[in-house]
Ligand binder design. Structure first.
Ligand code: CO
Ligand code: CO
Length: 346
């Protein structure tokens, strides 16, 4: 009997991908109790919940350090490896940087066919190769639920660093991948997703944010983050709070994966979406959007796109270039001076 045929990796984990993240509210409480570290060369630390840590080495070189790993988000081991690696590499791209060295982080069950592990690692290695970085080692432990990801070190010029705050009133908000990955992954687990829907989400999750970053480097980016476990709403909130601005998101303009809106309307929503919603609601939100579209705003993404606050004069040209890439992207809203609600959905 072919074991690979039989095992559906996503069945081995209660939450898949970034939906397995610990909620944003819980995290803030715990992290606040840790001792504060101070170092003049540390350009980005824990205070701003940014995508990666950044350490200045010299006036023209800073080191980016990040890690990310999670439970299977795809049944096919090679695809799972690709998604986990694309997601981990993304935090370097979200800082405007270039990944250089990657290390594997692996948890794998004793009793499982090691060929499956080989496929996961191959998927990861191929993405690291595509990123132009080198895979230089890793660490493996035994665990009942497989987990995979990368620790990634990258470089960036300190003046070209993108932070998740610094958005200016009037900036256009650009999103470079479609939303709804958590919803489609939930539908896949429930065996309710069509083949096209499954293909669509896998194509999006395995796509490196490298290509969007390459384009956006040539424009005036004031803030950037990647949209992952906290959903568009949660990551937009971090940008709004860090920038002391309000973010207005036009849900009619959101790029959405095929089938996500329909599944959301049917109530197929991952648990993480409710946590994300509560977290943003506590901070202050006004919405006149359709409920299914709100669910998409709070849907936890795995290997989601970049959310960028861009100088308004650059938005059209940037979007024209981004539209030549394979995934749908859009100007999804704007930044305004701080209002009563920190996030406005319309
Ligand atoms: Co991130
Ligand atoms: Co991350």
């Amino acid at each position: 009997m072919d074991k690979k045929e039989k095992i559906r990796l996503t069945k081995l984990a209660p939450n898949c991908g970034c939906a397995a993240k610990v909620g944003p509210g819980t995290l803030t409480g715990i992290l606040g109790k840790l001792p504060k570290f101070e170092d003049e060369q540390l350009l980005v630390g824990t205070e701003t919940s940014d995508d990666a840590a950044v350490y200045k080495i010299s006036n023209d070189l800073a080191l980016i350090q990040t890690l990310d790993f999670f439970t299977p988000v795809a049944d096919d081991p090679y695809t799972f490896g690709q998604v986990a690696a694309a997601n981990a590499l993304s935090d370097v791209y979200a800082m405007g940087g270039e990944p250089k060295i990657a290390l594997n982080i692996v948890a794998f069950p004793n009793h499982m066919d090691t060929e499956i592990l080989g496929e996961i690692l191959k998927g990861g290695a191929d993405k690291v190769m595509e990123a132009g970085a080198v895979l230089a080692g890793g660490h493996t432990i035994q665990d009942d639920t497989p987990k995979y990801g990368l620790s990634v070190t990258g470089f960036v010029h300190p003046d070209k660093l993108w932070k998740n705050f610094g958005a200016c009133a009037g900036d256009a908000l650009i999103l470079t991948k479609p939303l709804g990955a958590g919803i489609i992954n939930t539908a896949i687990k429930a065996e309710l997703a069509s083949e096209e829907e499954t293909e669509g989400v896998l194509k999006s999750m395995t796509c490196l944010n490298k290509y969007a970053r390459d384009i956006m480097r040539n424009y005036r980016v004031h803030a950037c983050t990647d949209v992952t476990g906290f959903g568009l709403g949660g990551h937009a909130l971090e940008m709004a709070q860090g920038s002391n601005k309000t973010l207005v998101l036009d849900t009619k303009k959101l790029p959405v994966l095929r089938g996500a809106r329909e599944h959301a309307c049917m109530g197929l929503i991952p648990a993480g979406a409710y946590r994300n919603r509560e977290h943003v609601e506590r901070a202050g939100i006004t919405s006149t959007a359709e409920v299914c579209m709100e669910d998409i705003v709070f849907d936890p993404q795995t290997s989601g796109g970049l959310l960028l606050a861009v100088h308004p004069e650059d938005a059209d040209a940037a979007l024209r270039e981004l539209s030549k890439l394979e995934l749908p992207c859009a100007v999804i809203g704007e930044v305004t001076e701080r209002r009563d609600s920190i996030i406005i959905l319309k």
